[in-house]
Design a protein around this ligand. Structure first.
Ligand code: SER
Length: 317
């Protein structure tokens, strides 16, 4: 019998593309999408869907039981900028949903769990350039505190209860199908929309703020790779650093200008600047490369080409 998967948070930026990718790999009926609200027509039409509030244990447990789920991908979370505005709710959502899934795995109801961590686990005292896997971690955001705590619990459930939980510290993710919401790295998606629609963009980060970023296809490939790796290859059970690209708002703007010469950018940093300043500029992901053969494909140039080509089509519809 082949693997039966539940994706929680399937209608978000990552979840929506991950659902389609996993349906391609495992078969439409094998991949149950779930979210607190319905998603895009192609996601709803291509396979099973359940309304699930990730904060309610019973709802998660019922979906797992009803569909005889083997693997859960927990993609529901409140991101960094929104979490600063709703600290208590962000903490509840990000932590309770993780406990629900880890506890179902501990009880043997699920065989494998994917849970995303983030570059937000690092903080202002972390070395910023080529941030190592093991280093100082003093996150200064609510989101980062929840992700770092989550990492500790993942490692704990693996060590104490043998839970097969796997995790990646995603950098800022860039994609054109579903817009992100509430993140500090979201400017790097928004800028492409505004470049095509208005030929100008006001960036909420300063021009020289370098952050680790990645094109969505690479993030999905990494997610599938870590989940399909033999258990003994997944040596780190907190979360793996994942590199990719590193660029500043000025650099992405310059790359966009090679396609849209009249494009202009100006800068009006807001509260998200302090969040960005507390995060790494680039990431060392040697452990992922060594343990499960990770390698990213897209650089700033190839990502910009794909983003502008695809958004031009979807915005003209
Ligand atoms: N992209 C996320 C954010 O900006 C980082 O994990 O919140």
């Amino acid at each position: 019998m082949s693997t039966k998967i539940l994706i929680i948070g399937a209608c978000g930026q990552i979840g929506s593309e991950l659902t389609m990718k996993l349906r391609e790999i495992y078969g439409n009926d094998q991949v149950v999408a779930s979210d607190i609200r319905e998603g895009k027509p192609e996601l709803m039409a291509s396979g099973p869907f359940e309304i699930v509030n990730a904060m309610e244990f019973e709802q998660v447990a019922q979906a797992v039981e009803k569909h005889q789920i083997d693997e859960v991908y927990l993609m529901a979370a409140m991101l960094s900028a929104t979490a600063e505005k709703n600290p208590a709710f962000a903490w509840d959502l990000n932590m309770n949903s993780l406990f629900h899934v880890l506890n179902l795995a501990k009880e043997g109801k699920i065989k494998k769990v994917f849970w995303p961590s983030s570059i937000a686990v690092f903080g202002p005292t972390t070395p910023r350039i080529n941030t190592p896997q093991y280093t100082v971690m003093e996150p200064s955001t609510v989101y980062g505190i929840s992700k770092q705590t989550g990492e500790r619990w993942c490692e704990y459930y693996h060590a104490k209860f043998g839970v097969d939980v796997r995790s990646i510290r995603y950098p800022g993710l860039i994609s054109w199908t579903t817009p992100p919401g509430g993140g500090t790295t979201d400017y790097a998606v928004d800028i492409y929309y505004k470049a095509l629609e208005d030929k100008k963009y006001t960036c909420f980060l300063a021009e020289n703020t370098a952050l680790p970023m990645m094109y969505m296809d690479d993030a999905l490939a990494a997610t599938v790779a870590i989940m399909q790796a033999p258990a003994e290859k997944v040596k780190i059970r907190s979360s793996y650093n994942l590199g990719g690209i590193s660029f500043t708002p000025a650099e992405i703007a310059a790359e966009i200008k090679t396609h849209i010469p009249e494009f202009t950018i100006d800068y009006a940093p807001d509260f998200r600047q302090a969040i960005a300043d507390s995060w790494p500029a680039s990431i060392d992901d040697t452990a992922a490369q060594t343990d499960w053969n990770w390698k990213h494909q897209y650089d700033l140039k190839s990502m910009t080409q794909v983003m502008l080509d695809n958004l031009a089509i979807s915005l003209s519809k």
